[in-house]
Ligand binder design. Sequence first.
Ligand SMILES: *Cc1c(COP(=O)(O)O)cnc(C)c1O
Length: 388
Amino acid sequence: MSNRPIYLDCHATTPVDERVLAAMLPYFTEKFGNPASISHVYGWEAEAAVKQTREILAAAINASPEEIVITSGATEANNLAIKGIAEAYFQKGQHIITVATEHKAVLDPCNYLKTLGFDITVLPVQKDGLIDLNELEKAIRPETILVSVMAANNEIGVLQPLSAIGEICRDRNIIFHTDAAQAIGKIPLDVQAQKIDLMSLTAHKVYGPKGIGALYVRRRNPRVQIAPQQHGGGHERGMRSGTLYTPQIVGFGKAVEIALAEQATENQRITALRLKLWEQLSQIPGVHLNGHPTQRLAGNLSISVEGVDGAALSLGLQPIMAVSSGSACNSTSTAPSHVLTALGHPSQLAYASVRFGIGRFNTPEEIDIIAKHAIATIQSLRKQASLV
Ligand SMILES: *Cc1c(COP(=O)(O)O)cnc(C)c1O
């Protein structure tokens, strides 16, 4: 393990916490029952475990347990929310509003709906990555059925003003969906105070297992309807069929429980690490912070570096650190991501971008190693460039 690069890519995924793994293990072997089996103890104990996770998730966002629909992750939750609303409310209207910096798991379902005749408004963001609330208000039409704005961005860490957006939507009877994949366990979320109607969650960004997530679907004030996108045995009150994956669900609950218990202290510790890294990196000229300086996730540091080739920088950093240039989901190309482009970065300019995602298992010593190596790599690449 020790000669592997330092992991600093916590927006892509995180390791499963040992405490989470320990909670999951009995549910693979001994307590393997189907939560839908109602006539024996194997089913009952699995059902009890699923119920406990529903309660943890509901408490985490101030919802009730029956409003939690288990999915395979945030991609599925986003698809279920967006297509499910489109299908259930198309007679009311066929206009949806989203934002240029959303994850592809929001933008692509919206693009798909466009091919079916829906009208999609993609709001721009300001230089700091935040949406302009006036732009949102102006974009709303009588036929708008859904506004989808993420809680925390996966590339630049920016936190959108959920309460203000919720207020605008509720006043106009428009359903508000938020992709909170990066936010759950890291920032306070409250579907009542923030007037959120649908919220996508996932476990693997918060030290839980991959392949498990949830969609919060509001049941009252107002009652939100979604059309199922996967039909079958009628699980999850008909909204998402398929046998529940008990071990993953148990891990999801444990992961969120731990994250909430440690949220305040961890945010302080991780913010200090991020500031320590930025303090060192910002010493060299031509290094810019992407996204709002304070309205951001504790562990996110996204930078653009002038005068350096993206692919060369990526190669130079690789032996020492696991970081991402742009979004991990489309990092096969070194072209600037749709998120950085939306911030107004000139794509012709020679610059590289790096996303550092600091998390639970990173230490101050690691941050010093990272900073030292990143600075040395940038300076050496610039020197080479000036010699040609
Ligand atoms: C990771 C992520 C997703 C996708 O979640 P999965 O559970 O991996 O499907 C969606 N949205 C955002 C903002 C993410 O960070």
